[in-house]
Design a protein around this ligand. Structure first.
Ligand SMILES: Cc1cc2nc3c(=O)[nH]c(=O)nc-3n(C[C@H](O)[C@H](O)[C@H](O)COP(=O)(O)O)c2cc1C
Length: 184
């Protein structure tokens, strides 16, 4: 199983990166392959709400409003058999780069309804929070709603903060491994 792992913190050695690494370990332990993408390294703009707001993505199912890193990422997401998404919790929500990507991906795929090219694929959703962890649950709720819109199947939803780091990283590794084993 080929898994696209999407992470969105600028910190290369932070909690988000540790979550992605743990998931990749699990994926590879189950015989899967992982492609690791760091959204903050990419040129990725927010949706421009083209035309009357619906834009060409509603009928064409591609983003032709902005030519940037989105198009190749969109193709990679369609080609992958599963996704892993891990965002730092910012303001109780996904990070800005993660929102840019998921907003545009949702517009292209949710408009296909049950024919979404992501439909039925598993997705492991993770929110990496700070010390208190406030807003972790609302971030995960928003990730879950996104998965519903594009008709993906959450393999798990995992919140992690600094003081839960050790045992949650173990859980994330196990979740990555289980997701590949159950879907291969
Ligand atoms: C702009 C901004 C907003 C944040 N908002 C929250 C928040 O709402 N709740 C929380 O628990 N942590 C919040 N944090 C802390 C980050 O979620 C936390 O430091 C996280 O571990 C960052 O991941 P990283 O280590 O991979 O960069 C915020 C951090 C930033 C920079």
């Amino acid at each position: 199983m080929h898994v696209l792992v999407i992470q969105s913190s600028p910190n290369t050695d932070g909690l988000t990166a540790a979550c992605a690494s743990a998931a990749i370990k699990g994926i590879e332990a189950a015989g899967g392959t992982a492609e690791n993408v760091r959204l903050t390294d990419l040129d990725l703009s927010s949706c421009r709400q083209c035309d009357d707001g619906w834009g060409g993505c509603r009928s064409e199912h591609v983003c032709d409003g902005i030519d940037d890193a989105f198009q190749s990422l969109h193709e990679a997401a369609i080609a992958a058999e599963a996704l892993v998404m891990v965002t730092p919790v910012y303001w109780g929500d996904l990070s800005e780069s993660h929102k840019c990507f998921t907003d545009r991906l949702r517009r292209c795929e949710a408009s296909l309804g049950a024919g979404s090219r992501l439909a039925g694929k598993p997705v492991l959703l993770m929110a990496a929070a700070g010390g208190g962890g406030g807003g972790m649950v609302s971030c995960l709720t928003n990730m879950e709603r996104w998965a519903q819109h594009v008709r993906m199947q959450p393999a798990d939803l995992i919140g992690i903060k600094r003081i839960t780091r050790e045992h949650k990283l173990d859980a994330i590794r196990a979740a990555g491994e289980t997701m590949v084993r159950q879907n291969s």
